[in-house]
Design a protein around this ligand. Structure first.
Ligand code: SR1
Ligand code: MG
Length: 423
């Protein structure tokens, strides 16, 4: 029999006494529990996050709550998401070492993960809002995506290992349900939790919700998300899930981890840079964000180019799984066959990632969970002008993704949209 204690949410007053017996914490913070200082700093949609500081150092304590923090107890959410987050972090740390925080302790019953305090890192979304041009993120995020997504798939894993993992993560049903509704369906009808900048966007919102081609494409993308169990996704890879300094990038918060299409993580990530691009007008003073805008479009190109380059390298060096076996290609001297198959796989990822980017943009403007890039623009007319441009690009990406050939083409469209005064 296991001796499980009922779940109790942590608070700054109880945390030292509740976690003070853990050797891992004492080692990082020091034995004098009386001197531990605890601050709740969680500003995400779901969890409690504490910074705990002792005489020796600091750690992060993250605890899942049995409901969606953003909405309240009326929306229950299972604690087991913490279990999926822990397992995803372990796998990501193996697949791209150094890119996720180090884990010091995991308590499955209390849904607590104790991890490395990243300092002086800040959330990437915040850095982009401030206009910071971080030199490493394009390359680091492209590498992270390629390594974690390739190495978590049937291209690299043994069939048994992947199927066991697929079974483990298949229980992350409720978090998938959030994505399935919030990303792919709710933005396209009058779902009760939706909101948008109103009345400024009322017209375009009605247009998008009446757009049959868009709704069909959004459902095709949802179909892909629910059925294409290709790799272990981060599942929520946006600029709020990345912490940065000028010379380091770390990816956090994979509680939405699930086996889904490779293109989903890449599309969600890139979408957030396009949103940042269109939001810059709301943060600039005297047109001072021109270089920032160029930088953001550049980062998108770097993420995709790095992803393709690294994915191709891994294809050639670590393709030891059950898909596109070497025995069919290289072992028979058919190098070109392997390259042809790689082109097909990358082409499919390209097309689908554009679609996922399109719906991610829409849901952040039309759905429940908005992002700070737009939300922190206080002037609602200005905010709506930024959002409208992003909505238009999102529609183009979702509906026309099969006919788009390059990022240069999309970025040039983004620049034209940005310059429009009336759209
Ligand atoms: C109800 S949760 C809303 C959003 O927050 C998370 O960060 C995910 O992006 C989710 O879709
Ligand atoms: Mg999160």
């Amino acid at each position: 029999m296991t001796d499980t204690k009922p779940f109790v949410a942590l608070c700054p007053e109880t945390l030292p006494q509740r976690l003070g017996g853990l050797a891992a914490l004492i080692e990082k913070l020091g034995e004098d529990l009386g001197s531990w200082r605890v601050k709740e700093v969680g500003d995400g949609n779901l969890n409690l996050v504490f910074i705990v500081e002792g005489e020796r150092g600091k750690v992060i304590v993250k605890q899942a709550l049995p409901y969606v923090r953003l909405v309240g107890e009326s929306w229950p959410l299972p604690l087991k998401r913490s279990y999926f987050e822990y397992h995803a972090l372990m796998r990501q740390s193996d697949r791209d070492p150094g890119m996720v925080p180090e884990i010091f302790h995991f308590d499955v019953d209390q849904a607590i993960i104790v991890m490395e305090f990243l300092s002086p890192h800040i959330i990437l979304r915040r850095a982009l809002i401030e206009g910071q041009r971080l030199p490493r993120i394009g390359r680091d995020l492209g590498l992270f995506a390629a390594r974690t997504l390739f190495r978590g798939s049937d291209l690299a894993m043994t069939a048994r290992e992947r199927k066991q993992d697929l079974a483990l993560f298949s229980d992350n049903v409720e978090l998938c349900d959030i994505t399935e509704n919030l990303v792919f369906s709710d933005p396209y009808f009058e779902a009760s939790l939706n909101r948008h900048t109103s009345p400024q966007l009322d017209g375009i919102v009605a247009e998008l919700r009446a757009d049959r081609d868009l709704k069909v494409e959004a459902q095709k993308l949802k179909h892909l998300f629910t059925t294409k169990a290709e790799t272990l996704l981060h599942g929520d890879l946006h600029t709020g899930s990345v912490m940065v300094t000028m010379d380091e990038t770390r990816v956090i918060d994979p509680e939405f981890a699930f086996y889904g299409p490779i293109a989903f993580d890449v599309g969600m990530m890139i979408a957030n840079f396009w949103m940042s691009y269109f939001s810059q007008a709301g943060h600039e003073q005297n047109g001072n964000r021109e270089a920032m805008r160029d930088y953001l479009l550049n980062v998108i190109e770097t993420i995709w180019a790095t992803f393709c380059e690294e994915f191709s390298d891994l294809w050639r060096s670590e393709r030891n799984g059950i898909l596109y076996q070497r025995s069919l290609f290289e072992d028979r001297g058919d190098l070109l066959g392997a390259e042809q198959a790689l082109d097909h796989v990358l082409h499919e990822i390209w097309t689908d990632m554009l679609g996922f980017a399109g719906v991610e943009i829409h849901r952040r403007i039309l759905g429940l969970a908005h992002n700070a890039d737009f939300e922190t623009i206080a002037d609602l007319d200005l905010r709506a002008r930024c959002e409208r441009k992003a909505l238009k690009l999102g529609r183009h990406l979702a509906v026309n993704r099969r006919h788009i050939h390059s990022l240069a083409e999309i970025n040039s469209l983004a620049k034209r949209l940005e310059k429009e005064t009336v759209i």
